[in-house]
Design a protein around this ligand. Structure first.
Ligand code: SF4
Length: 284
């Protein structure tokens, strides 16, 4: 059994040390938002823990696999592979349906230069802030549209998505990169918009337009969050009080927040976004 206190000093404190080459991204910042202790276990101690996130496991694995395959198809599509050939590779009926909805978007015919799976990394407050964008479309007038494919079962409420760290990180990073990257986009905040698109709910994307005010707020939110994280001792990373966050967390048994996972089925609807199938495909 792993001793959780094995890195503590004789005084009960251990300085938090981020792994070498650690970068902040929307995923690890969201983990910190959801549960400080999860951030510690996952990103500082890099602890693998065997609990499955939800049951039935087969359903979860199937959904993750379909989400992964969807992202892969789209990536190949934008790298120039024939949509007909790609369609022929699909066996799963859900993926076929999602792929059909994606092709209906007709994105290749839309004006603008497209950048799929675009990685951008900038120095920020002494660390690096990184994002991998599913799709960026840069228009002649300087407008830039961020697309993010969300392959979760249910579609969260708009306010939930707008509050996610991703909605702060992605547009802000497009602004920050202008002084330090070779990416050609030089937008002002009002030129940036972002769309979360759900292949399982193709008719109801969630979009928002960025603004100078929001950019200022985001710089503060991200800067303060990073400052707060790196200033903490290990024993100051608190377990969340919101036990709903534990339902699908890998570390449930370790934290004594239940051995049995949350039950999820085909009809699960978690409109508040407490969704076990929200998976970070950009980390793959
Ligand atoms: S089980 Fe709950 S308290 Fe423990 S790391 Fe996960 S979210 Fe945090």
């Amino acid at each position: 059994m792993l001793c959780l206190s094995n890195r503590f000093t004789p005084y009960g404190k251990a300085h938090m040390k981020l792994p070498e080459f650690f970068s902040f991204n929307q995923n690890n910042l969201q983990d910190y938002e959801d549960c400080e202790f999860r951030f510690l276990l996952k990103h500082v101690r890099q602890l693998n823990w065997p609990a499955v996130e939800s049951e039935p496991l087969l359903l979860q694995e199937k959904k993750i696999e379909i989400g992964y395959l969807f992202h892969q198809l789209v990536q190949r599509f934008f790298s120039g592979m024939s949509p007909i050939l790609l369609t022929d590779t699909i066996e799963d009926p859900i993926l076929q349906e999602w792929w059909g909805y994606f092709l209906d978007l007709n994105l290749l015919e839309q004006p603008g230069v497209k950048f799929a799976e675009k990685m951008i990394s900038v120095p920020f407050n002494g660390y690096r802030l990184v994002a991998k964008y599913d799709l960026l479309i840069l228009l002649d007038n300087g407008h830039i549209e961020i697309y993010d494919w969300k392959t979760s079962i249910s579609q969260p409420h708009r306010h939930f998505l707008i509050d996610r760290m991703q909605s702060h990180v992605y547009p802000a990073l497009l602004m920050l990169q202008q002084s330090c990257s070779s990416f050609i986009a030089r937008p002002s905040p009002g030129d940036i918009s972002m769309t979360y698109w759900f292949p399982s709910h193709p008719q109801s994307p969630v979009s928002f337009t960025y603004s100078p005010d929001q950019y200022e707020k985001d710089l503060q939110i991200l800067g303060n969050k990073i400052k707060e994280i790196v200033a903490k001792e290990e024993n100051e990373f608190e377990k969340t009080n919101d036990v709903r966050k534990c339902k699908y967390c890998h570390y449930r048994s370790l934290c004594e927040r239940g051995i049995k996972a949350g039950i999820i089925n085909e009809d699960s609807n978690s409109a508040d976004g407490d969704n076990p199938f929200e998976f970070d495909f950009n980390a793959l």
